[in-house]
Design a protein around this ligand. Structure first.
Ligand SMILES: O=P(O)(O)OC[C@H]1O[C@](O)(COP(=O)(O)O)[C@@H](O)[C@@H]1O
Ligand SMILES: [Mn+2]
Length: 636
């Protein structure tokens, strides 16, 4: 668009000089406000309840606000639980006190919540607060917010609250005030990857994120498998079903997304027998899965494992450029003596049941298998809910994100031992560092736009992102799924991490990476992906505070390793804080015992002067807008 045309449009948009002036002043005012709170979470892995709780308490931000604005004699824990779970808390209170006491309780809490809402909204413009208010009580809440601090209008203020209680609207108002507080304490959410797999409810997490007021997502390797499945990668469909069977989550696929798994279940039952090594991974004490279901899960995991190895073999052959020939496992097996040679050592295969493999052409699919894959593809691509969730991952997601001076990335930037960027060569071109990640992202988008194509480079690259040596989402030399199923020697199970994971402890390396992403060296790299083993003394804050790993493991299956239930990060106008969480038990526990999963907070970085909106990404855009408007104002 030409400049003249641009100003013409602006002029039409504002209509008058006064309107332009008002907007200039408005923008200037916003730029001076303290920056809003950013909340970082990662590796949620299907654990909806724990994630939902962390959103409700804003990783401790809600309690912090309560402490700041209320007197010491007020029970902050009690009020916090009301803000997190208003309906449930009100039900509990109703059981405990008489109806007349209830009116007083309502009045007291509406007043407190109004004060907190007022306090939490101080950082924002009136217009932003107005937009954040829930529709049904927006007028009343606005009125309460302005009157709460005005002693002269004491009577007026109480009359409003009394009327609300009399009309039985107190629970609804408390609900809306609580949601508004949750909404105001966190301005923006970053999800640093791995929403999917292992836990039971990634679909509920996606619904929650879609409804969330402001969010971005950095794709994780597990999210990539789901995007790839909908983009037509048969290998990803199979891998995803294998993981779902391994963690007893086939219901999410069947009931959550309406995927028809009958063909593959029938097929598995026809050819395979259960083997211990394929028993689903269940948490200790989980009795919810029946023996029949366990058997089915076992068979499906086995079947999909073999199908995965066949399809991997085919992909590795058609994509020599991925340099993964040593991972074409079925082609490496010596079928005569049931052994395989890896790294010059010969290993015996255990549990290697292959009723559907033609040993003369081990990667070839049977006709039955081809038909099943076709049906699965159609089923994955015709699920409206899955499509909606993947559309959202595409719209809000990316391989990495530069945001307010920080670099957010799930896995790593592949490095050589000496700290140089490791490159991937495809179609005669070398890609490394930022270029590599940009290239990956372009290919992902091409594949997603062309779901009917199942074996082109973009689609195959999505598989590479799951398991390739130079994948920024994986960050290891190889994925030893085959070895873990069929070889006893644990030495073969090891997955060697990319040098990045050692070098990221060094400040110079982090500064270099930040520089090449055109970020200030004072910024931070935020990673997920690798569980921080804090109980073994690992520190999530690395490189003198330049890098933070926030995967403490929401995934229950990994909590044994980490001793924690995850880290989250908060960045507000005062600096950056890391919050460590204990495992989440249940909503009932929170209501009854005031249990809150937050444990400790650690300072990552403290700024000398409060950061204002003008120093943020959004601020930069607003400054540009203001400058344009000033130009328009002069020439109106
Ligand atoms: O714990 P499981 O189910 O055996 O899965 C292990 C696999 O998951 C991975 O760790 C990848 O998943 P993460 O991104 O959660 O680490 C692989 O490296 C590994 O082979
Ligand atoms: Mn991961």
């Amino acid at each position: 668009m030409s400049q003249d045309k641009y100003y013409q449009l602006l002029r039409e948009n504002y209509g008058s000089r006064e309107a332009v002036l008002t907007e200039i002043i408005n923008l200037e005012a916003i730029l001076q406000l303290p920056k809003g709170t950013e909340h970082f979470v990662s590796d949620i892995h299907g654990e909806f309840n724990a994630f939902d709780h962390v959103l409700r308490n804003g990783s401790g931000s809600v309690k912090e606000k309560l402490k700041e604005c209320l007197e010491d004699d007020i029970d902050i824990n009690e009020l916090a639980v009301l803000i997190y779970y208003p309906e449930e808390k009100i039900l509990q209170v109703k059981e405990e006190i008489s109806p007349s006491e209830l009116s007083d309780w309502y009045e007291k809490n509406i007043m407190l919540l109004t004060r907190v809402t007022n306090y939490a909204s101080r950082k924002y413009t009136r217009s932003k607060v107005r937009k954040a208010l829930p529709q049904r009580f927006s007028y009343i809440i606005e009125e309460l917010l302005t009157e709460v601090s005005d002693q002269d209008k004491y009577e007026y203020y109480h009359a409003i609250i009394d009327k609300i209680i009399e009309l039985n609207q107190a629970p609804a108002l408390i609900h809306d005030l609580s949601e508004t507080i949750q909404r105001l304490v966190v301005d923006h959410l970053h999800v640093v990857g791995d929403i999917y797999d292992r836990g039971p409810s990634p679909d509920l997490i996606m619904d929650r994120l879609i409804d969330y007021h402001s969010v971005d997502i950095q794709w994780g390797n597990h999210d990539m498998v789901w995007i790839a499945a909908v983009s037509g990668s048969l290998l990803s469909i199979i891998n995803l079903i294998r993981i779902s069977a391994r963690y007893a989550n086939l219901d999410t696929l069947e009931e959550g997304y309406g995927i028809n798994l009958r063909p593959i279940v029938e097929y598995a039952k026809k050819y395979y027998e259960p083997l211990d090594v394929f028993a689903p991974k269940l948490l200790a004490g989980d009795n919810s899965v029946s023996e029949t279901e366990k058997r089915t899960l076992n068979l499906v995991q086995q079947t999909t494992a073999i199908l995965q190895f066949k399809l991997e073999g085919q992909l590795i052959t058609r994509r020599k450029c991925f340099k993964m020939q040593d991972r074409a496992m079925l082609s490496k097996v010596n079928y005569e003596d049931n052994t395989i040679e890896i790294g010059g050592v010969c290993y015996e295969l255990k549990n290697f049941s292959i009723p559907t493999v033609d040993i003369d052409d081990p990667c070839k699919l049977t006709l039955e298998e081809e038909a099943i894959l076709e049906k699965l593809k159609v089923s994955f691509q015709s699920s409206d809910r899955l499509r909606k969730h993947m559309d959202f991952l595409m719209e809000k997601g990316s391989m990495y994100l530069c945001y307010n001076g920080n670099l957010l990335i799930h896995g790593c930037i592949p490095l050589h031992e000496n700290g140089d960027y490791k490159s991937l060569t495809l179609e005669g071109r070398h890609y490394s560092g930022k270029d590599l990640l940009d290239y990956f992202e372009r290919q992902v988008r091409i594949s997603y736009r062309n779901p009917q194509v199942t074996d082109d480079i973009p689609t195959d690259l999505m598989w590479y992102l799951w398991t390739g040596e130079c994948s920024s989402l994986f960050g290891k030399d190889a994925m030893t799924t085959f070895e873990r199923y069929y070889i006893e020697d644990k030495a073969t199970h090891e997955e060697v991490k990319n040098s990045y994971y050692k070098l990221r402890n060094e400040e110079d390396v982090c500064r270099y990476i930040l520089r090449t992403f055109e970020l200030p060296e004072s910024g931070h790299i935020i990673n997920g992906h690798t569980p921080v083993k804090e109980k073994d003394g690992e520190n999530p804050i690395k490189a003198n505070g330049h890098l933070v790993v926030i995967d403490g493991g929401f995934a229950k299956a990994y909590q044994k390793q980490t001793g924690l239930a995850g880290y989250t990060l908060l960045s507000n106008s005062y600096g950056i804080q890391l919050a460590a969480h204990q495992p989440f038990t249940s909503i009932e526990d929170t209501i009854k015992n005031g249990f809150d999963i937050l444990s400790t907070k650690r300072l990552v970085d403290k700024v000398d002067q409060r950061t204002t909106v003008s120093q943020t990404n959004i601020g930069k855009r607003l400054i540009q807008e203001r400058e344009d408007l000033e130009e328009l104002y002069l020439n109106f």
